[in-house]
Design a protein around this ligand. Structure first.
Ligand SMILES: Cc1cc2nc3c(=O)[nH]c(=O)nc-3n(C[C@H](O)[C@H](O)[C@H](O)COP(=O)(O)OP(=O)(O)OC[C@H]3O[C@@H](n4cnc5c(N)ncnc54)[C@H](O)[C@@H]3O)c2cc1C
Length: 316
């Protein structure tokens, strides 16, 4: 049985429309515009944002690591998840680098043309670019995505066999950059946009709210407005100052933690204000909430807070 409200799958055309142009990269003087673009798509369609954001993250990564930007018509993914159960190994032969093994959480695998993937080398984890699609020895492995939230972004576990790959930067360079953390803030901008989309249901019905409903709406506005201000201040900081990796990490951990908290607060307040009605009878709202609940779990919760609490005070 399929749910009648479920939106159609994301198409190449949907994705092309948002990946055709180069977006301003973090620190370019237009960081807020970049994050606002991610947020705006997310307010309407979180799975689409989940595929658009990595393309623009890939463009920034390629620039940081001295590689050419995505070419015309190309759509890029970033597959860097490294759970212990999925290991991808890179080996160098006479004809260049080849990747074999398993890569988990590959969003948009059937839509993208290229991907940046992390793989294990004898020097540690290193970033590689691969072409995705015809000619690559790629198959599906592992369980298929069966939850409703974020199902439209086509996230699969891939089994790669001897896939030709180009190194992008030396081992360790992908994570050891301020841009790694500024990219992580881009993901939080998507969560924030997603929360605005959830809040829109409450805003639309605001004229009918009782006193408790108005209190919930006030709490929602407070959470979102202060998070917007935090993003504005962060973008201003990133544009004014070339942050070190540890400064960018601290900013990202703080802002991501704050945003994840705001998202959970918005979902809770909107649900308590409106009751089960929209979750039962407004399919678009119910789907958006389900998408956001999954997407925000990319925040590592207390693990990230522990990392923030473990930073040395003089690191920033
Ligand atoms: C919708 C979506 C799309 C994604 N797309 C991409 C993508 O395109 N590219 C990419 O690189 N990454 C993607 N990710 C993955 C993401 O970046 C993280 O790798 C992923 O969220 C897992 O993070 P983690 O392994 O650090 O786990 P954390 O969230 O930090 O921690 C989870 C912990 O729980 C443990 N655990 C898990 N299951 C159980 C259980 N049943 N019982 C007890 N413990 C358990 C795990 O071992 C782990 O220690 C996506 C994630 C989501 C939600």
């Amino acid at each position: 049985m399929s749910l009648s409200h479920s939106r159609p799958p994301i198409s190449h055309d949907d994705l092309r429309a948002h990946t055709r142009d180069l977006w301003p990269v973090p620190g370019s003087g237009e960081t807020l515009r970049r994050w606002s673009m991610m947020s705006a798509i997310s307010a309407i369609d979180l799975p689409l944002a989940k595929l658009v954001e990595p393309h623009h993250d890939a463009a920034a990564i390629l620039g940081d690591l001295g590689a050419p930007p995505p070419g015309a018509g190309e759509i890029w993914a970033v597959w860097a998840s490294e759970p212990p159960t999925a290991v991808l190994t890179a080996t160098q032969g006479t004809d260049g680098w080849r990747l074999s093994g398993v890569k988990a959480f590959c969003s948009g695998a059937s839509l993208v043309t290229h991907a940046l993937v992390t793989a294990e080398t004898s020097d540690g984890s290193r970033l590689f670019s691969i072409e995705v699609g015809s000619g690559t020895q790629v198959g599906a492995a592992g369980p298929s995505w069966s939850g409703p939230g974020m199902s439209r972004c086509g996230t699969v576990t891939l089994d790669l066999h001897d896939v030709p790959a180009q190194p992008v930067g030396p081992a360790g360079a992908y994570v050891d950059r301020p841009g790694f953390w500024l990219g992580a803030i881009g993901i939080a901008a998507c969560w924030l946009g997603g929360a605005r989309g959830v809040a829109a249901t409450l805003e639309r019905g605001s004229a009918r709210l009782d006193a408790h409903g108005r209190a919930h709406l006030g709490a929602v506005r407070s959470a979102l407005d202060t998070t917007d201000l935090a993003f504005e201040a962060a973008a201003d900081l990133v544009d004014r100052q070339a942050l070190s990796t540890s400064q960018a990490r601290r900013l990202a951990l703080s802002l991501r933690g704050h945003t994840a908290g705001a998202v959970e607060s918005v979902i809770s307040h909107v649900g308590r204000a409106t009751g089960p009605g929209p979750l039962a009878f407004d399919g678009a709202h119910a789907e958006h909430v389900a998408d956001l609940q999954v997407f925000v779990r990319q925040h590592h919760a207390e693990r990230d807070m522990e990392q923030l609490g473990s930073e040395r005070a003089d690191d920033v």
